[in-house]
Design a protein around this ligand. Structure first.
Ligand code: PRX
Length: 662
């Protein structure tokens, strides 16, 4: 960690907020920010209670803001009743925004569809009624396995309308991953499509769902599979179980009485990777989550009534939940959604789309920026300078640390040195931004996510939970509960407590799992990356253990260890060290074996988990007590000189073997 800390403290460039933002931003000037922080410090519950009353529509008001009696299972606004879809849709239509465009959808092939708030509400109601007709009711779990599409959001909002709990599974996950999630969530239905278009190709979805349900066998609780016709591909429809979406919608009413739920009613479960075991089902609430989605849209993105907002994340990730499916709608914004990939038909696609749709706020991941920098070097025509990006007002990044070079390129080449870059730090578990600049407030430093979102109490602590002085690297924690926090891990409250509120920290501190340091002068936070066994590859979160289990489930593999190594484009790359049950492969044999294992991992988890490097050894380096020396493997993966003491290794020759990538 120390190297990165040095490189961070070398970053002295400072970008103060522009006059335009200082004058027009919702939160304008450091004094306004500090006043909010002070209000929260003086009266924490009063602060959040005031905001919840101002920003969320309640069917029945809450009387208690925060219930800490069963910490860390906190409850927010617990006796308040609301409906999230009513807040996102009816609220806008009732306020006279029915004609306003809610979504602009651009397909992989460039075809554009728009839907306004009134029609979106009607579609959500029709689908919600269809779900009710299928016997789906409040509290039931519904898996959504769809491409990024208007229908994807309709499905999520329809679940919210009837109080069903959705669990969106990213379309790149395998049948095996679906199987695990179906069983863990005890889901009663899956909403999917015949297939999806990506980068000019057609990819199957329904076939993967069929396989996932088949794998779950008797453990599957799925009664209904609802299928959208998207590609027109030939698919199998299981009699009595599978239904076409467009058939179910026929004759459905365009109104649907919302299910009024308690603020703590789960809105969704989203699976994410941890350092141990299977992915965990992060459970979010309705009231607190919605409040935070709205506040972060208003304060971090400074969303304005006429803004066109574009968050490039898929609805399969938390970013697509908060900043595609819920946040923009609860603010009545217009959101662009894009089915395809940034590099098809060429790497100018994002810039061309910003111009075509006159996007004002653009929010993407550092890995996409780095890939597009690279592409613009090989194909200068795709460089952003060739496009009209005048509509842009604000830029954002999320998902992984952004290196200062990529930040500067984004700021100067895309934002033309006019648009602030908000580097938003948050997690699936936090529900929304927890450390982030505010564009009318915070002087920006490339590579730093700067200061806490107003009200959120963040600190850097040592292993015993003691706060460290600024300038010292440690573990990032959140010291007070916040409204959008994870409520539990679905079906495993004990794992929730142990993972996020470990006893070692002494009191109920939320452990983020990231290393961080505060600048010794400004107190700005810089995130150093995960300090647990979680990898961040292209902004996608993966557990090393998950990939190891996938590898060892292959009958040819005796043992496997997975670590991350730095990568110029994807941030981190997966490097797997593998011992086979047969002799160590070499040359061509090793190459084909490595490919076989990559495909195996893709089948077990999804293509996003394929190891980039695979190295074969006769053994793995272990300590005397038999523990794999992961730090040594990390050095090997990086190609560093071995600085560790290796005298205890049984067979030092394996180090030479493990230096070579197949
Ligand atoms: O390591 C941090 C990194 O992404 C992790 C959370 O991943 P996930 O739950 O998939 O959510 C990603 C989108 C919110 C964090 O623990 N991370 C996220 N944003 C940043 C970041 N690292 C540095 N800077 C960020 N802005």
């Amino acid at each position: 960690m120390s190297n990165s800390i040095e490189s961070v403290s070398r970053e002295h460039r400072l970008f103060p907020p522009s006059e335009q933002f200082i004058h027009h931003a919702t939160i304008s000037g450091m004094a306004a920010y500090e006043a909010l922080c002070e209000e929260a410090a003086l009266n924490y519950e009063g602060f959040w209670g005031r905001l919840a009353r101002q920003h969320v529509l309640w069917r029945e008001p809450f009387t208690q803001v925060l219930d800490e009696s069963n910490a860390p299972f906190y409850k927010w606004f617990a006796d308040g009743k609301l409906n999230v879809s009513w807040n996102c849709l009816d609220r806008n239509v009732d306020a006279g925004r029915g004609d306003k465009t809610a979504f602009i959808f651009e397909g992989d092939d460039g075809a554009v569809t728009q839907i306004n708030y009134r029609d979106l509400l009607a579609r959500v109601c029709k689908f919600a009624n269809a779900l009710r007709d299928q016997g789906i009711k409040k509290g039931d779990r519904v898996i959504i396995y769809l491409p990024l599409s208007i229908e994807g959001v309709v499905a999520m909002q329809a679940c919210a309308r009837i109080g069903a709990i959705h669990s969106v599974v990213f379309g790149g996950f395998s049948a095996k991953s679906l199987e695990e999630r179906i069983i863990d969530a005890g889901a009663v239905a899956v909403v999917t499509a015949d297939g999806q278009f990506r980068g000019g190709k057609i990819l199957p979805l329904k076939a993967t769902v069929d396989e996932g349900i088949a794998l779950a066998g008797k453990k599957s609780t799925i009664r209904t599979v609802i299928v959208i016709q998207r590609t027109g591909a030939e698919i199998h429809m299981e009699h009595g179980r599978d239904q076409w979406w467009h058939h179910l919608e026929v004759g459905q009413s365009e109104t649907c009485e919302p299910e009024w739920v308690d603020a703590e009613h789960p809105l969704f479960i989203l699976y994410t990777s941890g350092s141990t075991g299977k992915p965990k089902g992060v459970q979010h609430s309705s009231g607190g989550y919605l409040l935070f989605a709205r506040l972060t849209m208003l304060w971090t993105f400074d969303v304005k009534p006429d803004d066109v907002f574009w968050c490039t994340a898929d609805i399969g990730w938390i970013t697509g939940h908060t900043y595609v499916a819920y946040g923009p709608l609860v603010c009545g914004a217009t959101t662009l959604i894009f089915e395809g990939v940034p590099t098809w038909p060429n790497a100018g696609r994002f810039w061309e789309m910003i111009d075509r749709h006159k996007v004002n706020t653009f929010y993407t991941a550092p890995t996409a920026i780095r890939a597009l920098i690279k592409a613009s070097e090989t194909d200068p025509e795709t460089h952003p300078r060739n496009y009209n990006l005048d509509s842009l007002r604000l830029l954002g990044t999320v998902g992984e640390p952004i290196n200062p070079e990529a930040w500067i390129w984004y700021y100067t080449e895309v934002g033309r040195s006019r648009c602030p870059v908000v580097d938003t730090f948050w997690q699936t578990e936090t529900g929304g931004h927890v450390i982030t600049p505010l564009p009318g407030v915070t002087p920006l430093v490339p590579g730093s996510c700067t200061l806490p979102f107003p009200g959120v109490q963040v600190a850097v602590v040592d292993e015993a939970g003691h706060e460290l002085e600024w300038g010292k690297g440690g573990s990032l924690v959140i010291t007070r509960p916040w409204p959008a926090m994870i409520r539990t891990i679905w079906g495993d409250p004990e794992r929730f407590r142990k993972s996020y509120f470990p006893d070692e920290l002494g009191r109920n501190l939320y452990l983020a799992g990231d290393g961080a340091v505060r600048d010794s002068k400004t107190g700005y936070f810089t995130i150093m990356g995960r300090i647990d066994d979680v990898l961040n590859v292209s902004g996608h979160r993966l557990g090393t253990m998950e990939i190891e289990s996938a590898l060892v489930s292959n009958p040819l593999v005796a043992e496997a260890a997975v670590v991350g190594r730095p990568d110029d484009v994807t941030g981190e790359a997966i490097c797997a060290f593998v011992v086979l049950k047969r002799s160590r492969p070499e040359g061509e044999d090793a190459l084909s074996m490595a490919n076989e294992l990559r495909n195996w991992v893709a089948k077990e988890i999804g293509a996003l988990a394929k190891p980039k490097d695979i190295r074969f050894g006769d053994n793995l380096p272990k300590t005397r007590s038999g523990k794999i020396m992961r730090r040594l493997l990390r050095s090997l993966a990086k190609g560093d000189e071995i600085a560790q003491d290796v005298s205890t290794l049984e067979n030092p020759a394996i180090l030479e073997q493990l230096k070579q990538t197949a």
